[in-house]
Design a protein around this ligand. Structure first.
Ligand SMILES: Cc1cc2nc3c(=O)[nH]c(=O)nc-3n(C[C@H](O)[C@H](O)[C@H](O)COP(=O)(O)OP(=O)(O)OC[C@H]3O[C@@H](n4cnc5c(N)ncnc54)[C@H](O)[C@@H]3O)c2cc1C
Length: 379
């Protein structure tokens, strides 16, 4: 039997693409682990919009209305919104529910099956895996940050690979805000997060170009939490475009296509928006019987128009962020503590953080100081 689509990867992007296609088409998901969603590599912070895109309703561990941000000079500011900014979920449960939803829609899932490569044939692709071979009309690479399918398309790696590490610790807290430390002492090139989840807390950080574990160890020691670790998780976050997201009878989605927000490292929202675009596009292409690279290039044009513009703006912000010294970050902290700036930050839309910058730049009083700060960073 030739499947209409074989999806590599049972993460959110793969399961959602499969769930949206499976009522009309024969879809098979190949997942290398014994269970979709494990091991967990996520802080579980999702906006309401991102959560609704999953198509499932996982348990909510906590709601976040704000953030306490600590700058390198030790000064801090707390941003607080009247609206809920993010929900905290259990990613293992969410991913497992998304896999069930794909199954309920008619998709097959084969776990403990690792994709090893594919060969184009006259009707699509022959897909090789650790338990044999299957044939499909189109191959979907939803195989995460180290995507083998992307490599097979000849793509280079992403512009940047962040490495993230997280510990769940026995520190009960129902606080409705998370804490983040900035600066080279805490998380060079990114930031730390401390997310209260009720009975426990998730503490993690990413680093750029350095191993993150020593920084996490230092954090846990400073907070006296070394003996309270429940489990660790770690993973990569691919940032910046990584070549083509399509080929002959092939398309990439989610982290495999570096559809990740460069400012926050959040990949669920852009990955799921792109999954809906891909499912739509592949349904059309399967109906037309045209799965050529030329036809599938339309998927890339669409996700770049609808999702990619935000990612590009985010990457511009990130480029400025990584150029900031600890002194610059502390200066930005002083700016963020101004009442007028804080009131704009309080309204932040977590899925579109660039809108905050735009609002600040629109105000003559705030923009003068912001531009002076940005001018320093452009050097
Ligand atoms: C520490 C950390 C914290 C994060 N926190 C957040 C957060 O709070 N909010 C947020 O939105 N994002 C967060 N992210 C990013 C988010 O986890 C990813 O963007 C998201 O999981 C991407 O989904 P995906 O389906 O594209 O890929 P993945 O979730 O990586 O799924 C890919 C799947 O493919 C499978 N696979 C890979 N290769 C093969 C193969 N050869 N054969 C078969 N199967 C294969 C893998 O086992 C995996 O199950 C975080 C990332 C890290 C590392």
């Amino acid at each position: 039997m030739r499947y209409d689509a074989v999806v590599i990867g049972g993460g959110p992007a793969g399961c959602r693409t499969a769930a949206l296609m499976a009522s009309e088409y024969d879809v098979l998901i190949l997942e290398e682990h014994p269970q979709p969603g494990l091991p967990v590599q996520c802080a579980g912070l999702l906006s309401d919009e991102a959560l609704s895109l999953t198509g499932v309703k996982p348990d909510i561990l906590n709601d976040m209305y704000g953030a306490r941000i600590v700058f390198p000079d030790g000064n801090e500011t707390t941003v607080r919104s009247s609206k809920r900014l993010m929900r905290v979920v259990d990613r293992a449960q969410m991913d497992s529910m998304m896999a069930d939803a794909a199954r309920d829609a008619g998709a097959e899932i084969q776990c403990e099956t690792k994709f090893t490569g594919s060969v184009p044939d006259s009707e699509g692709r022959r897909v090789n895996h650790t338990n044999g071979t299957v044939e499909c009309r189109v191959l979907v690479g939803a195989d995460g940050p180290r995507s083998t399918v992307s490599k097979e398309l000849g793509n280079p790696g992403p512009e940047e690979n962040l490495v993230g590490i997280q510990a769940e610790v026995r520190k009960p807290s129902d606080d409705d805000y998370f804490t983040s430390y900035l600066g080279s002492e805490h998380a060079p090139g990114f930031f730390t997060w401390e997310v209260p989840c009720g009975d426990f807390t998730r503490i993690g950080l990413c680093t750029a170009g350095e191993p993150p574990f020593p920084y996490l160890k230092k954090y846990l020691k400073r907070e006296g939490l070394e003996d309270r670790i429940i489990r660790y998780g770690c993973g990569r976050i691919p940032l910046g475009f990584r070549g083509r997201s399509y080929g002959d009878a092939c398309a990439l989605v989610g982290d495999a296509a570096a559809q990740v927000k460069p400012v926050s490292g959040g990949g669920v929202h852009p990955g799921l928006r792109s999954a809906a675009i891909l499912a739509d596009y592949l349904s059309l292409a399967l109906n037309e019987g045209d799965l050529s690279a030329v036809n599938l290039s339309g998927y890339e044009s669409r996700w770049k128009a609808e999702v990619g513009a935000d990612l590009e703006k985010g990457y511009k912000l990130r480029r400025r962020f990584v150029r900031m010294s600890d002194g610059d970050l502390s200066l930005a902290g002083r700016f963020a503590r101004r009442d007028d700036v804080r009131s704009v930050l309080n309204d932040i839309d977590i899925d579109h953080p660039d809108l905050v910058v735009r609002r600040i730049l629109k105000s003559p009083r705030m923009s003068m100081h912001a531009l002076a700060l940005l001018g320093r960073l452009a050097l």
